[in-house]
Design a binder for this molecule. Structure first.
Ligand SMILES: [Zn+2]
Length: 292
């Protein structure tokens, strides 16, 4: 009977061990189940009890909130200037040197900008790929004590030079009355000139000829055109473009926005390899600088 008793005790022990193993195993399986189901359904009560909420997502959104909060009133102001339409007025007194740098930007032609240009300055027969053009945003003094946002489309080969020149002009408070894309005038150069709007890219021929203008390549820029008109001969007659610039055709007179060889824009553009239309012999294009 002693051996019988031993066998019974042994079985009891084995049963106890087996029971213990089964309990432990089930506990793990259940734990895993709760964890997995919790990942998929965040509102699961078991998940919420067993595993803490996804802390990564929470801390990231907290970080973003912190970033948003970190933007100061001033940074928000600069951001609004970066997004504002050209010709908007800017509070120049609030701008540091760093801010000014941030407001002189060169970018590729975005879809939004191209929408403005297509069928206007960028005509259907345009041979220059838009990848060769750049959109520049800048600041300029309008000559009436306002700092305004300006915009230009130029050839990418001169984009950096143009940025440098206009940053310099701005620092010298050189007056440029208006600088928006010629597309705002349906790419009508006469309308843009009459409004004294300074511009560059426009796929067009030279007025009164079949020759493609340097503006077609974004390699020419017209500054304050109303006060610096284009004087040429058409059918034996002297023509002034724009018409409302006729009183400024006499270059012996002195007036605001006038470009001559003493003018700071002349000094800068010629320094960077541009020629001035006022130095031409056949015609006089006082508003015009072009890169060769
Ligand atoms: Zn021109």
């Amino acid at each position: 009977m002693k051996s019988n008793q031993f066998i019974t005790q042994l079985f009891a022990l084995i049963f106890a061990v087996l029971l213990f193993v089964v309990i432990i195993k089930n506990y793990n399986v259940l734990g895993t189940y709760y964890k997995n189901s919790g990942k998929n359904v965040s509102s699961d009560d078991h998940y919420q009890l067993d595993v803490p909420k996804n802390t990564t997502v929470k801390s990231e959104s907290k970080k973003n909130k912190k970033k948003e909060k970190k933007l100061t009133k001033h940074e928000k102001l600069i951001l609004s200037y970066q997004k504002a339409d050209a010709y908007s007025i800017v509070d120049a007194n609030s701008l540091s040197k760093k801010d000014i740098q941030k407001l002189f930007t060169i970018s590729k032609i975005s879809d939004d900008t191209f929408k403005r240009m297509k069928g206007k300055s960028y005509k259907d027969n345009c041979t220059i790929p838009k990848s060769n053009l750049r959109y520049i945003r800048l600041l300029h003094n309008d000559g009436h004590n306002n700092t305004r946002i300006g915009e230009l489309v130029v050839n990418k080969s001169i984009a950096k030079t143009i940025r440098t020149i206009f940053l310099d002009l701005y620092e010298h408070q050189y007056p440029i009355e208006k600088m928006v894309l010629v597309d705002e005038y349906n790419a009508d150069d006469n309308a843009s000139m009459a409004d004294n709007n300074s511009s560059s890219f426009n796929y067009r021929v030279v007025e009164g000829s079949n020759k493609l203008s340097k503006h077609s390549l974004g390699l020419a820029i017209d500054i304050n055109p109303k006060y610096n008109p284009y004087i040429h001969t058409l059918n034996g007659k002297t023509v002034c473009s724009p018409e409302n610039g006729a009183e400024y055709a006499d270059r012996t007179k002195s007036f605001d926005y006038k470009i001559d060889e003493k003018d700071y824009s002349y000094q800068l553009f010629t320094k960077y390899g541009f020629t001035w239309g006022g130095n031409w012999n056949s015609v006089k294009d006082y508003q015009h600088y072009e890169h060769n």
